[in-house]
Design a protein around this ligand. Sequence first.
Ligand SMILES: Cc1cc2nc3c(=O)[nH]c(=O)nc-3n(C[C@H](O)[C@H](O)[C@H](O)COP(=O)(O)OP(=O)(O)OC[C@H]3O[C@@H](n4cnc5c(N)ncnc54)[C@H](O)[C@@H]3O)c2cc1C
Length: 497
Amino acid sequence: MAQYDAIIIGAGMSGLAAGIRLAMYDKKVVVLERHYVWGGLNSFYQFKGHQFDVGLHALTNYAARGARGLPLSRLLKQLRIRWDDLDLHQQGFSAVSFPGVKLKFSNEFELLRSEVARAFPQQADGFDALTRAVREFNELDLEAPQQDARPVVRRFINDPLLEDMIFCPLMYYGSAREHDMDWDQFVVMFKSIFFEGFSRPQQGVRHILKLLIDRFRKAGGELRLKTGVRRILTDGNRATGVELDNGETLTAETVLSSAGLVETERMRGQEPGAQATGKLSFTETISVLDQPAKHVGIEETIVFFSNTARFNYAQPADDVDTSSGVICMPGNFDLPSTPRDHLVRITNIANYDRWAALGSAGFQPASGAGLRPAPQAADETSAAHAGATPALPYYTAKQHWYERSCADAISHIADFRPHVTLVDMFTPRTIRHYTGHEGGAVYGSPKKLRTGATGIEGLYIIGTDQGFLGIIGAALSGISMANRWVLQRDTSAVEAT
Ligand SMILES: Cc1cc2nc3c(=O)[nH]c(=O)nc-3n(C[C@H](O)[C@H](O)[C@H](O)COP(=O)(O)OP(=O)(O)OC[C@H]3O[C@@H](n4cnc5c(N)ncnc54)[C@H](O)[C@@H]3O)c2cc1C
């Protein structure tokens, strides 16, 4: 029976980062991943000769070379990765677009500040005060009492339109809760998106994952793909190891799980509470254009939009809510060379249960044919659409929602539909299939374990359900939990994150 210092469940960002940290300190560590590829929610695949990222729109938390004390700088220091190795290129500018008003922002916070003062002059002082409150709040205090963000924000902002325009990007990029966020999560997301900003490597998420995998292997860590964990083994109140899908048993002093809170509880034979499963899942459509998005008239890097003045961040009653979304043009980062594929990616909130119930067992169309580009005439927008869509077979539903998603997005960017040459789309069902997240819940459970402690000695939650999301957040979660629960227990020579 193999014995380890630490077993890590999941080779996503948090699992890999925790693995590197432990291997660097000569711990015998194995990362177990059920899927045949690493990356978790942030992975990649090849489709009809094109390379697509699953997750990455943008790396949040941009930090310039040499910057100190920022999340990205801390991450690089802890994993001994050089800033230049990340190959980061900043966004041009992005926008939050609501009916009749658009706020631009970039990695220079001053742009957003001036845009708020221009579009909402009555709110300018309040926005500055909110900004100060965000800056002064220590989101790394894991023991801080939880409070809702909206009442705090309303102390500073009394225009509901501006309030929702601020919440829209923060929720889309990191809220497991419907309608509101925890204040500490609001602060994390505000800093990572508005203060620090977006960047991306030319080669996308593959590049980041290759850096992490190389670092992990070089430090002596072991990665086992196609190796799912069926059960977490305990002796009384102590975790002792795991049982794999193939029946093999591995033992360890510590088990770090990035599978999610609900999923980890199930592996312990516990039935999670009804409210524990996250409700927020997404569809994402990927359109390949015949020319760069800028040539079609789209200048923004990312657009967060709502077609209604009140932004509704909640599980939709229908398959997808296309009335709000995120539109990402990966080619509109300041990249050193024009990417091979010119992409427009649109993310919308979707209902996992409805997608799970649609007919068709497989994940590929039987004919091998993919989705078709959306005809320009199909510009039936969400405002014009009433009532839930009747249940359609899976691939018909994908075609229907692809067209609706594009039609609603073009209220905010130039109409790219005549230039689409190839289409792909993933749904909540895809997310569930490839990451095991119940309900296809991208941001996990609304209940977060901020200290990682599960109540079982030696078993800790890392990543999404520790409460730190996104690529940088999840990786920092893996690092800080590995430090706190393994390395700091054994040595005082570990730098704090
Ligand atoms: C469409 C989409 C777009 C996104 N865009 C961005 C973006 O632009 N920028 C950004 O920063 N973040 C983005 N994210 C979010 C980001 O991808 C996640 O927050 C982050 O990757 C979470 O990492 P994690 O390690 O916590 O969990 P995960 O990535 O979920 O990793 C968990 C891993 O555990 C494995 N696993 C689960 N159960 C078991 C088991 N029983 N046995 C073995 N293995 C198991 C899973 O297969 C998975 O690989 C996006 C996510 C999605 C889905």
